[in-house]
Design a binder for this molecule. Sequence first.
Ligand code: HEM
Length: 117
Amino acid sequence: MEILRHVVVLVHLVGFAVLFGAWVVEAVNGKRRFTRVMDWGLAIAAVAGLILAAPWGIEYELNYVKLGVKLVILLAIGALLGIGRGRQRKTGSLPPAMFWAVGVLTLTNAAIAVIWR
Ligand code: HEM
């Protein structure tokens, strides 16, 4: 059970890496657009995160306040990606604030995961 949980944590981290990695590529190449790869990363992190939010394979209490905050931030990232991709399609451009918000919120969720115990 414990090993299986660690595998799900690994999948969760892959989701984070895909989302944040895809965002960094866009930030560095100067295009600053939302891509499908970001959607995939978020979906992987979300599914694995929700599985980890259940107390199995551990002997300590989960911090549900922390998990609730992470869930709200994840939903905000999802809303930004959804609205932003719609705007990109219709107008051909993405407001810079929306682009930067996704990177900052993704990093915030990782920071919360690591720092808030
Ligand atoms: C973009 C969204 C998210 C990012 C970037 C993210 C990032 C991370 C990172 C980097 C870790 C590893 C921390 C460590 O082991 O010290 C982690 C662990 C974890 N995350 Fe997330 N997370 C996200 C969303 C969520 C959501 C929505 C949930 C559930 C509501 C969740 C639940 C968990 C749990 C339970 C762990 C601990 C796993 C364990 O040690 O058993 N995450 N997350």
